[in-house]
Write a protein of this length. Structure first.
Length: 137
């Protein structure tokens, strides 16, 4: 777990703006395998995070996703790490806070995201480097 996060983080992320409606987030979650959407402004400056779980909790309250903004429900106090930090640091943050993903930022700008799945895949690849599940990944 001594590799830098830059080697395992997902990049080219789908992001939201604080002014986007929750319906946009809902549609992204329903049409992709994404569960965490960073919220950014001004050239990828991270200002929040919204998760599929956040929307799940709201749906039972019968919230109108067509009128409520992302900024109304996004989490703004976010644990982040830098690309040069180690995979072990991400594992520690995820375990300590029971998170499933941590945004990777440099100078306040979003560079990627590391999920618990990314760490699992990293460890699996170390143990089984030629496994068919890793082909093309």
């Amino acid at each position: 777990m001594n590799e830098p996060l830059s080697t395992i983080m997902s990049t080219g992320l789908t992001t939201l703006s604080p002014d986007d409606l929750l319906d946009k987030a809902k549609n992204i979650f329903l049409s992709t395998k994404i569960h965490h959407l960073p919220v950014v402004v001004d050239n990828d400056r991270l200002v929040g995070l919204i998760t599929s779980y956040d929307l799940c909790k709201l749906s039972v309250k019968h919230i109108d996703f067509d009128t409520m903004k992302v900024s109304d429900v996004m989490t703004t106090h976010i644990a982040t790490l830098e690309p040069s930090e180690k995979v072990g640091a991400a594992a520690e943050v995820l375990l300590e806070h029971l998170f499933h993903a941590v945004p990777i930022v440099l100078d306040g700008r979003l560079k990627g995201i590391v999920s618990s799945f990314d760490i699992l895949k990293y460890e699996f690849a170390k143990e089984y480097p030629k496994h068919a599940l890793l082909k093309g990944k």
